[in-house]
Write a protein that binds this ligand. Structure first.
Ligand code: UT7
Length: 321
Protein backbone atom coordinates (compact mmCIF):
# COMPACT_ATOMS: atom_id res chain seq x y z
CA UNK A 1 0.00 0.00 0.00
CA UNK A 2 1.19 3.56 -0.78
CA UNK A 3 0.29 6.97 0.65
CA UNK A 4 -0.95 9.67 -1.72
CA UNK A 5 -1.31 13.41 -1.21
CA UNK A 6 -4.95 13.92 -2.24
CA UNK A 7 -5.85 17.50 -1.41
CA UNK A 8 -4.80 20.76 0.18
CA UNK A 9 -6.71 23.52 1.99
CA UNK A 10 -5.84 26.59 4.02
CA UNK A 11 -7.37 29.20 6.24
CA UNK A 12 -5.95 32.71 5.90
CA UNK A 13 -7.17 35.05 8.67
CA UNK A 14 -8.78 38.22 7.33
CA UNK A 15 -6.95 40.80 9.45
CA UNK A 16 -3.82 42.08 7.67
CA UNK A 17 -1.07 43.46 9.92
CA UNK A 18 1.34 45.59 7.89
CA UNK A 19 4.87 46.62 8.89
CA UNK A 20 3.48 50.05 9.79
CA UNK A 21 1.73 48.47 12.81
CA UNK A 22 5.18 47.63 14.23
CA UNK A 23 6.68 51.01 13.24
CA UNK A 24 3.91 52.70 15.24
CA UNK A 25 4.75 50.70 18.37
CA UNK A 26 8.52 50.08 18.46
CA UNK A 27 11.89 51.26 17.20
CA UNK A 28 11.83 49.75 13.70
CA UNK A 29 11.21 50.74 10.10
CA UNK A 30 9.39 49.24 7.12
CA UNK A 31 12.69 49.42 5.24
CA UNK A 32 14.53 47.32 7.89
CA UNK A 33 11.80 44.67 8.03
CA UNK A 34 11.51 44.36 4.25
CA UNK A 35 15.28 44.30 3.64
CA UNK A 36 16.10 41.84 6.46
CA UNK A 37 13.09 39.52 6.15
CA UNK A 38 11.19 40.15 2.90
CA UNK A 39 7.98 40.45 4.93
CA UNK A 40 5.47 43.17 4.00
CA UNK A 41 2.50 41.94 6.00
CA UNK A 42 1.17 38.97 7.96
CA UNK A 43 -2.34 37.77 8.96
CA UNK A 44 -3.61 37.88 12.53
CA UNK A 45 -6.48 35.79 13.94
CA UNK A 46 -9.23 37.47 15.95
CA UNK A 47 -9.23 37.37 19.76
CA UNK A 48 -12.06 34.82 19.71
CA UNK A 49 -10.36 32.45 17.26
CA UNK A 50 -8.18 29.69 18.70
CA UNK A 51 -5.64 27.61 16.79
CA UNK A 52 -8.19 24.77 16.48
CA UNK A 53 -10.66 27.17 14.80
CA UNK A 54 -8.07 28.04 12.15
CA UNK A 55 -7.24 24.34 11.70
CA UNK A 56 -10.92 23.36 11.32
CA UNK A 57 -11.48 25.87 8.51
CA UNK A 58 -8.41 24.62 6.62
CA UNK A 59 -9.43 20.99 7.22
CA UNK A 60 -12.97 21.51 5.89
CA UNK A 61 -11.56 22.76 2.58
CA UNK A 62 -9.05 19.88 2.31
CA UNK A 63 -11.80 17.33 3.07
CA UNK A 64 -14.16 18.84 0.50
CA UNK A 65 -11.45 18.92 -2.17
CA UNK A 66 -10.50 15.29 -1.44
CA UNK A 67 -14.16 14.38 -1.93
CA UNK A 68 -14.15 11.87 0.92
CA UNK A 69 -16.70 11.14 3.63
CA UNK A 70 -15.57 12.81 6.84
CA UNK A 71 -16.27 9.58 8.75
CA UNK A 72 -13.70 7.75 6.61
CA UNK A 73 -10.90 9.78 8.25
CA UNK A 74 -9.20 7.42 10.69
CA UNK A 75 -6.30 9.58 11.91
CA UNK A 76 -6.10 13.31 12.67
CA UNK A 77 -2.68 14.88 13.17
CA UNK A 78 -2.17 18.51 14.12
CA UNK A 79 1.28 20.10 14.07
CA UNK A 80 1.35 23.22 16.23
CA UNK A 81 3.44 25.20 18.72
CA UNK A 82 0.49 27.39 19.71
CA UNK A 83 -2.07 24.82 20.92
CA UNK A 84 -5.42 25.88 22.40
CA UNK A 85 -4.50 24.14 25.69
CA UNK A 86 -1.05 23.70 27.21
CA UNK A 87 -0.73 19.91 27.01
CA UNK A 88 -4.22 18.48 26.93
CA UNK A 89 -6.56 18.13 25.26
CA UNK A 90 -4.53 18.14 22.06
CA UNK A 91 -5.52 20.55 19.32
CA UNK A 92 -6.01 17.51 17.06
CA UNK A 93 -8.71 16.22 19.45
CA UNK A 94 -10.43 19.61 19.39
CA UNK A 95 -10.32 19.80 15.59
CA UNK A 96 -11.63 16.23 15.25
CA UNK A 97 -14.49 17.06 17.63
CA UNK A 98 -15.39 20.27 15.76
CA UNK A 99 -15.46 18.29 12.51
CA UNK A 100 -17.71 15.61 14.06
CA UNK A 101 -15.04 12.88 14.04
CA UNK A 102 -15.35 11.00 17.31
CA UNK A 103 -13.61 7.66 17.01
CA UNK A 104 -10.47 8.33 14.98
CA UNK A 105 -7.03 8.43 16.59
CA UNK A 106 -5.95 12.07 17.06
CA UNK A 107 -2.80 13.66 18.41
CA UNK A 108 -0.53 16.71 18.13
CA UNK A 109 2.98 16.93 16.78
CA UNK A 110 5.50 19.22 18.43
CA UNK A 111 8.18 19.81 15.83
CA UNK A 112 7.87 23.59 15.40
CA UNK A 113 8.20 24.79 11.79
CA UNK A 114 8.98 21.23 10.62
CA UNK A 115 5.66 20.00 12.04
CA UNK A 116 3.82 19.59 8.74
CA UNK A 117 6.64 17.51 7.24
CA UNK A 118 6.71 15.38 10.42
CA UNK A 119 2.93 14.92 10.09
CA UNK A 120 3.37 13.86 6.48
CA UNK A 121 5.97 11.31 7.51
CA UNK A 122 3.73 9.85 10.24
CA UNK A 123 0.71 9.73 7.90
CA UNK A 124 2.79 7.93 5.27
CA UNK A 125 4.04 5.37 7.80
CA UNK A 126 0.55 4.66 9.20
CA UNK A 127 -0.85 4.18 5.69
CA UNK A 128 2.01 2.07 4.36
CA UNK A 129 1.77 -0.20 7.41
CA UNK A 130 -1.92 -0.74 6.65
CA UNK A 131 -3.03 0.69 10.00
CA UNK A 132 -4.88 3.74 8.58
CA UNK A 133 -6.49 4.67 5.27
CA UNK A 134 -7.33 8.38 5.32
CA UNK A 135 -5.25 10.76 7.39
CA UNK A 136 -6.08 14.42 7.94
CA UNK A 137 -2.89 16.38 8.59
CA UNK A 138 -2.99 19.98 9.74
CA UNK A 139 -0.44 22.70 10.46
CA UNK A 140 -2.20 25.40 12.48
CA UNK A 141 -0.80 28.35 14.39
CA UNK A 142 -2.01 31.34 16.31
CA UNK A 143 1.53 32.59 16.84
CA UNK A 144 0.25 36.05 17.78
CA UNK A 145 -0.69 34.46 21.14
CA UNK A 146 2.92 33.41 21.91
CA UNK A 147 4.86 36.29 20.34
CA UNK A 148 6.57 38.78 22.65
CA UNK A 149 5.50 42.14 21.22
CA UNK A 150 8.14 43.89 23.30
CA UNK A 151 10.91 42.04 21.41
CA UNK A 152 11.47 43.93 18.17
CA UNK A 153 13.95 41.32 16.91
CA UNK A 154 11.33 38.56 16.63
CA UNK A 155 7.78 39.91 16.83
CA UNK A 156 7.54 41.24 13.28
CA UNK A 157 8.43 37.83 11.82
CA UNK A 158 5.35 35.84 12.75
CA UNK A 159 1.75 35.51 11.58
CA UNK A 160 -1.30 33.27 12.06
CA UNK A 161 -2.92 30.75 9.73
CA UNK A 162 -3.53 27.09 8.99
CA UNK A 163 -3.12 24.56 6.22
CA UNK A 164 -4.41 20.99 5.91
CA UNK A 165 -4.12 17.99 3.61
CA UNK A 166 -5.73 14.60 3.14
CA UNK A 167 -3.30 11.70 2.75
CA UNK A 168 -4.99 8.50 1.55
CA UNK A 169 -4.09 4.91 0.79
CA UNK A 170 -3.60 3.95 -2.86
CA UNK A 171 -2.38 0.90 -4.70
CA UNK A 172 -1.07 3.02 -7.55
CA UNK A 173 2.66 3.67 -7.05
CA UNK A 174 2.56 6.57 -9.54
CA UNK A 175 0.34 8.50 -7.09
CA UNK A 176 2.55 7.85 -4.07
CA UNK A 177 4.45 10.26 -1.85
CA UNK A 178 8.00 9.46 -2.94
CA UNK A 179 9.94 10.02 0.29
CA UNK A 180 9.99 11.98 3.55
CA UNK A 181 13.10 12.61 5.67
CA UNK A 182 12.80 13.91 9.24
CA UNK A 183 15.63 14.72 11.67
CA UNK A 184 16.21 16.41 15.03
CA UNK A 185 19.10 17.64 17.16
CA UNK A 186 18.16 18.65 20.70
CA UNK A 187 21.68 19.88 21.46
CA UNK A 188 20.75 23.13 19.68
CA UNK A 189 17.57 23.63 21.72
CA UNK A 190 18.58 27.11 22.89
CA UNK A 191 18.33 28.70 19.45
CA UNK A 192 14.53 28.72 19.45
CA UNK A 193 12.39 28.03 22.49
CA UNK A 194 9.27 28.80 24.50
CA UNK A 195 9.95 28.70 28.29
CA UNK A 196 8.15 26.09 30.39
CA UNK A 197 5.58 26.88 33.07
CA UNK A 198 8.10 26.43 35.91
CA UNK A 199 10.70 28.76 34.36
CA UNK A 200 9.13 31.86 35.92
CA UNK A 201 9.21 33.46 32.46
CA UNK A 202 6.27 34.26 30.21
CA UNK A 203 5.41 31.58 27.64
CA UNK A 204 6.62 33.67 24.70
CA UNK A 205 8.80 32.46 21.83
CA UNK A 206 12.49 33.35 22.09
CA UNK A 207 14.89 33.12 19.16
CA UNK A 208 18.58 33.73 18.59
CA UNK A 209 17.80 35.04 15.12
CA UNK A 210 21.21 35.45 13.57
CA UNK A 211 22.56 32.05 14.70
CA UNK A 212 19.31 30.35 13.70
CA UNK A 213 19.53 31.99 10.28
CA UNK A 214 22.92 30.45 9.55
CA UNK A 215 21.99 26.95 10.74
CA UNK A 216 18.72 27.18 8.77
CA UNK A 217 20.47 27.97 5.49
CA UNK A 218 23.00 25.15 5.97
CA UNK A 219 20.47 22.55 7.07
CA UNK A 220 17.74 23.35 4.53
CA UNK A 221 20.31 23.12 1.73
CA UNK A 222 22.01 19.89 2.81
CA UNK A 223 18.73 18.09 3.50
CA UNK A 224 17.49 18.71 -0.04
CA UNK A 225 20.73 17.36 -1.48
CA UNK A 226 20.35 14.22 0.65
CA UNK A 227 16.73 13.48 -0.30
CA UNK A 228 17.37 14.10 -4.00
CA UNK A 229 20.47 11.90 -4.01
CA UNK A 230 18.74 9.09 -2.08
CA UNK A 231 15.92 9.04 -4.63
CA UNK A 232 18.21 9.44 -7.62
CA UNK A 233 16.46 12.68 -8.60
CA UNK A 234 17.66 16.13 -9.62
CA UNK A 235 16.29 19.69 -9.74
CA UNK A 236 14.84 18.97 -13.16
CA UNK A 237 12.44 16.42 -11.62
CA UNK A 238 10.92 19.07 -9.33
CA UNK A 239 7.95 21.20 -10.38
CA UNK A 240 7.68 23.27 -7.20
CA UNK A 241 10.29 23.82 -4.48
CA UNK A 242 8.39 24.83 -1.33
CA UNK A 243 10.69 25.77 1.57
CA UNK A 244 9.54 26.83 5.03
CA UNK A 245 8.70 30.53 4.83
CA UNK A 246 10.81 32.11 7.59
CA UNK A 247 12.78 34.81 5.84
CA UNK A 248 13.17 35.79 2.18
CA UNK A 249 16.96 35.89 2.57
CA UNK A 250 17.02 32.29 3.83
CA UNK A 251 14.83 31.13 0.93
CA UNK A 252 16.99 33.01 -1.58
CA UNK A 253 20.26 31.66 -0.15
CA UNK A 254 18.94 28.07 -0.16
CA UNK A 255 17.29 28.40 -3.59
CA UNK A 256 20.48 29.88 -5.10
CA UNK A 257 22.74 27.25 -3.51
CA UNK A 258 20.51 24.51 -4.90
CA UNK A 259 20.23 26.31 -8.26
CA UNK A 260 16.44 26.20 -8.50
CA UNK A 261 14.90 28.37 -11.20
CA UNK A 262 12.54 31.18 -10.22
CA UNK A 263 9.55 29.35 -11.70
CA UNK A 264 10.25 26.41 -9.36
CA UNK A 265 10.56 28.47 -6.14
CA UNK A 266 7.49 29.27 -4.04
CA UNK A 267 7.46 32.43 -1.92
CA UNK A 268 4.68 33.54 0.42
CA UNK A 269 6.66 34.99 3.35
CA UNK A 270 6.08 38.51 1.97
CA UNK A 271 2.32 38.29 2.65
CA UNK A 272 1.96 35.77 5.50
CA UNK A 273 5.24 36.12 7.46
CA UNK A 274 6.44 33.02 9.28
CA UNK A 275 3.47 30.83 10.27
CA UNK A 276 5.61 27.95 11.57
CA UNK A 277 3.94 24.57 10.93
CA UNK A 278 1.29 26.23 8.73
CA UNK A 279 3.74 27.88 6.36
CA UNK A 280 4.32 24.96 3.96
CA UNK A 281 0.67 23.87 3.60
CA UNK A 282 -0.43 27.51 3.23
CA UNK A 283 2.15 27.89 0.45
CA UNK A 284 0.99 24.67 -1.26
CA UNK A 285 -2.59 25.95 -1.06
CA UNK A 286 -1.57 29.27 -2.61
CA UNK A 287 -0.09 27.38 -5.57
CA UNK A 288 -3.24 25.24 -5.84
CA UNK A 289 -5.63 28.21 -5.79
CA UNK A 290 -3.58 30.24 -8.28
CA UNK A 291 -3.46 27.30 -10.71
CA UNK A 292 0.31 26.90 -10.33
CA UNK A 293 -0.02 23.43 -8.75
CA UNK A 294 -1.33 20.76 -11.10
CA UNK A 295 -2.29 17.13 -10.75
CA UNK A 296 0.79 14.91 -11.05
CA UNK A 297 3.24 17.68 -10.09
CA UNK A 298 6.25 16.75 -7.98
CA UNK A 299 6.75 18.97 -4.93
CA UNK A 300 9.91 19.27 -2.87
CA UNK A 301 9.11 20.43 0.68
CA UNK A 302 11.95 21.67 2.91
CA UNK A 303 11.44 22.64 6.55
CA UNK A 304 13.48 23.74 9.55
CA UNK A 305 12.53 24.82 13.07
CA UNK A 306 12.93 24.78 16.84
CA UNK A 307 14.13 21.62 18.50
CA UNK A 308 16.09 21.77 16.32
CA UNK A 309 14.04 19.82 13.81
CA UNK A 310 14.26 19.64 10.06
CA UNK A 311 12.83 17.60 7.22
CA UNK A 312 12.22 17.38 3.52
CA UNK A 313 9.71 15.55 1.38
CA UNK A 314 9.26 14.56 -2.26
CA UNK A 315 5.53 14.55 -2.91
CA UNK A 316 3.42 13.76 -5.96
CA UNK A 317 0.26 15.85 -5.90
CA UNK A 318 -2.38 13.23 -6.66
CA UNK A 319 -5.96 14.47 -6.41
CA UNK A 320 -8.48 11.66 -6.94
CA UNK A 321 -9.56 11.46 -10.57
O1 UT7 B 1 11.07 29.50 11.63
C1 UT7 B 1 12.20 28.99 12.28
C2 UT7 B 1 13.42 29.47 11.69
N1 UT7 B 1 13.51 30.90 11.80
C3 UT7 B 1 14.47 31.51 11.21
O2 UT7 B 1 15.23 30.83 10.55
C4 UT7 B 1 14.64 32.98 11.38
C5 UT7 B 1 16.08 33.29 11.37
N2 UT7 B 1 16.50 34.65 11.61
C6 UT7 B 1 16.16 35.73 10.89
O3 UT7 B 1 15.27 35.71 10.07
C7 UT7 B 1 17.02 36.95 11.06
O4 UT7 B 1 18.13 36.62 11.86
C8 UT7 B 1 16.29 38.17 11.69
C9 UT7 B 1 15.33 38.75 10.68
C10 UT7 B 1 15.55 37.75 12.93
C11 UT7 B 1 17.30 39.25 12.03
O5 UT7 B 1 18.08 39.60 10.92
P1 UT7 B 1 19.66 39.67 11.02
O6 UT7 B 1 20.17 40.11 9.71
O7 UT7 B 1 20.14 38.34 11.53
O8 UT7 B 1 19.88 40.82 12.05
P2 UT7 B 1 20.69 40.83 13.43
O9 UT7 B 1 19.96 40.04 14.47
O10 UT7 B 1 22.11 40.47 13.16
O11 UT7 B 1 20.60 42.36 13.79
C12 UT7 B 1 21.19 43.36 12.96
C13 UT7 B 1 20.90 44.73 13.54
C14 UT7 B 1 21.17 44.86 15.04
O12 UT7 B 1 21.70 46.14 15.29
P3 UT7 B 1 23.30 46.36 15.47
O13 UT7 B 1 23.67 45.46 16.61
O14 UT7 B 1 23.89 45.93 14.17
O15 UT7 B 1 23.39 47.79 15.76
C15 UT7 B 1 19.80 44.74 15.66
O16 UT7 B 1 19.70 45.38 16.90
O17 UT7 B 1 19.49 45.04 13.37
C16 UT7 B 1 18.95 45.47 14.64
N3 UT7 B 1 17.54 45.09 14.70
C17 UT7 B 1 16.55 45.87 14.23
N4 UT7 B 1 16.56 47.10 13.68
C18 UT7 B 1 15.37 47.61 13.30
C19 UT7 B 1 17.01 43.93 15.14
N5 UT7 B 1 15.67 43.93 14.99
C20 UT7 B 1 15.36 45.13 14.42
C21 UT7 B 1 14.16 45.74 14.03
N6 UT7 B 1 14.20 46.97 13.46
N7 UT7 B 1 12.95 45.12 14.15
Amino acid sequence: MFASFRSIGAYIPEDIRTNQWFCDRMDTTDDWIVKRTGINERRIATSTQATSDLGVEAAKIAIERANIDIQDIDLVLCATISPDYLCMPSTACLIADKLGIHEAMAFDISAACTGFVYALSIAKAFIESGMKKNVLIIGAEKLSSIVDYSDRTTCMLFGDGAGAAIISATENKDEAIIDVRCSADGSQKDLLLTPGVESGEKQFMQMKGNETFKVAVRTLTSDVLKILEKNNMSNDDIDLFIPHQANYRIIKAVGDALEFKDEQKVLTVNKYGNTSSASIPMAINDCYESGRLKSGDTLLLDAFGGGLTWGSALVKFSPKK
